[in-house]
Design a protein around this ligand. Structure first.
Ligand SMILES: C[S@@+](CC[C@H](N)C(=O)[O-])C[C@H]1O[C@@H](n2cnc3c(N)ncnc32)[C@H](O)[C@@H]1O
Length: 272
């Protein structure tokens, strides 16, 4: 089965994730407990109505693999070839039914329609222009059956101003490959444009002992809640639930808070 590879005519400025794909799981796997709890509170009640799911910006397939293990039919889409490769490899290793495809979230198409589209860990923040938002939400609506669900999250300004402006260092070993590496990350945030960025440098030890340097720059945009709600409506969605965090360890608020850290949204495509 072929997944659509149509690319948008607009210039794409999202990061490639080609340089960091194989290190991703070792660097960023731990989700704070409060966030995982809120995620399951939003998703568990609907999962019994879900047979097919499409994960947008699947990255290394963390959620896609989890859904496939539950017996759901899964489409896992990402713009990065490297992320697609990692997800495909993981699904193969467990013999799971995951259809992995390279696609731009603004213009993707899948065969038929699914019950749920998910997009997690700031994937929507990678969209650079307001027009991209409604274009993406319309593509999601097209992929969903009437009454189908759309679950996604957004990073907020406080997260960029806090975490992204600090210098973070880490090291590890890629599971399976045994590659030793260390990494440094530093970025910033510009309130006027709403743009956050982070520069990631990784040194990986290659066979023979030489160290290879890899670099990646990730840019994200803070999208205000009002614009999200408006564009969801324009694309034919009804907003069902919001969980908004002010702090990494605090319980979520069921309403949008003024200066949040991270927000989770559950919406439903209108119609039956
Ligand atoms: C921060 S990662 C999140 C990955 C995964 N969802 C997770 O929870 O770990 C963001 C992902 O979005 C993908 N991405 C960015 N822009 C995209 C686009 N326009 N279309 C599809 N995927 C995109 C990146 O390649 C990357 O894999």
């Amino acid at each position: 089965m072929a997944l659509s590879r149509k690319t948008s005519k607009t210039k794409r400025r999202s990061p490639s994730y080609e340089a960091i794909g194989q290190f991703y799981d070792s660097l960023w796997t731990e989700n704070p407990r409060a966030w995982t709890t809120a995620r399951s509170q939003m998703l568990e009640p609907i999962l019994s109505h879900v047979r097919q799911v499409c994960e947008l910006g699947c990255g290394t397939g963390i959620s896609a693999i989890e859904f496939a293990r539950r017996g759901l039919k899964v489409f896992a889409l990402d713009y990065s070839r490297e992320m697609c490769r990692v997800t495909r490899e993981k699904a193969l290793a467990e013999d799971l039914d995951v259809q992995v495809g390279r696609a731009d979230m603004r213009s993707f198409r899948i065969p038929g329609q699914v019950d749920l589209v998910t997009s997690e860990w700031g994937v929507i923040n990678h969209l650079q222009r307001r027009a991209d938002l409604v274009q993406t939400f319309r593509a999601v609506a097209r992929a969903l059956r009437p009454g189908g669900y759309f679950y996604f999250d957004l990073h907020q300004r406080k997260l960029y101003e806090g975490g992204w402006t600090q210098t973070l260092m880490g090291d590890g070993v890629i599971a399976g490959a045994g590659t030793e590496f260390f990494a440094a990350q530093h970025g910033g945030y510009d309130r006027t444009s709403g743009k956050g960025w982070t520069e990631i440098t990784i040194f990986a030890r290659r066979p023979g002992g030489l160290w290879e340097r890899r670099r990646e720059r990730v840019e994200e945009i803070h999208w205000p809640h009002g614009e999200i709600v408006r564009d969801l409506r324009r694309a034919g969605f009804q907003l069902l639930r919001v969980s908004d965090f002010t702090d990494i360890n605090s319980a979520p608020s069921p309403k949008k808070v003024h200066e949040g850290l991270r927000t989770m949204y559950l919406a439903r495509k209108k119609g039956r």
